[in-house]
Ligand binder design. Structure first.
Ligand SMILES: NC(=O)c1ccc(N[C@@H]2CC[C@@H](O)C2)nc1
Length: 246
């Protein structure tokens, strides 16, 4: 997958997307992320990329010219004939969730435009953006962190990025429920022990225990997910038992 990130602050991405799994994905050629600095495209002699908002008000708005020129120069380097999927993050956007990541992970090319200050001129959104996305109901200083979150969520779904030892099938939001608790060595840490079923070697019992814990945790923390999950008859029995004990 090819990802182009248009931003005023490419350096913001050097941390999260240049270590561990995402770094390995790039080294393996499964993912190619390029950061393009919007400021390199301004035609203002003072390298200006923002200006005062028409109508007054606090803050500065990113001007359209550098973003349009940066975008048009960027998409020339892409292979898809049609306009690429272009994402802009803001609190006004559609709330991001795992299903959106699964769908976006199927794209060959993705473009992200990062706003800063008060945001970008609306004509950028109207003309260039295909998806306006929010990662939650809070306000950040820029679109860079949400874009890094979205890239991370998508990248780990690209076949080959997660090694054999890391399976995402059972992760939260895959089976529709929240994930069961994880334990590893030692069996007894400062007197804190691991549930004995987990080293019983009885895989059927382990799966039952894990499913039951998922149901219990989901019922307590996100009952809304229970409504949407595919439940077996045994699941329903367990849920009723939890409800009767509450
Ligand atoms: N909740 C979110 O996903 C989110 C996204 C962006 C953002 N802030 C940027 C700065 C200016 C404008 O581009 C929007 N805040 C919150």
């Amino acid at each position: 997958m090819i990802i182009k990130v248009l931003t005023l602050f490419p350096e913001m991405f050097q941390g999260p997307l240049n270590v561990s799994i995402i770094k390995n994905a790039q080294e393996k050629g499964l993912l190619d992320i390029e950061y393009i600095n919007i400021r390199d495209f301004t035609d203002s002699k003072h390298k200006k990329v923002d200006d005062y908002p028409y109508g007054g008000g606090a803050g500065m708005v990113m001007t359209p010219q550098p973003i349009f020129d940066c975008y048009e120069s960027t998409i020339k380097t892409l292979h898809s004939s049609s306009k690429p999927r272009t994402i802009y993050c803001s609190p006004k956007g559609k709330t991001f969730h795992q299903e959106m990541a699964i769908e976006m992970a199927k794209e060959k090319e993705l473009v992200f435009i990062c706003g800063h200050y008060e945001g970008v001129d609306q004509r950028v959104i109207d003309e260039l953006i295909t998806d306006e996305i929010s990662i939650g109901d809070f306000v950040l200083t820029g679109g860079e962190l949400p874009v890094a979150v979205i890239i991370d969520t998508i990248a780990r779904l690209i076949p080959g990025v997660l090694g054999q030892q890391e399976s995402f099938q059972e992760e939260s939001f895959y089976s529709g429920l929240l994930e069961y608790p994880h334990y590893t060595r030692p069996q007894n840490f400062r007197g804190l022990t691991v549930p004995s079923v987990l080293f019983s070697g009885n895989h059927k019992e382990i799966e039952k225990w894990r499913r039951k814990k998922s149901l219990e945790i989901t019922l307590h923390r996100r009952p809304d997910l229970i409504e949407k999950a595919e439940l077996t008859e045994e699941d329903k029995k367990n849920i009723n038992a939890f409800k009767n004990h509450c």
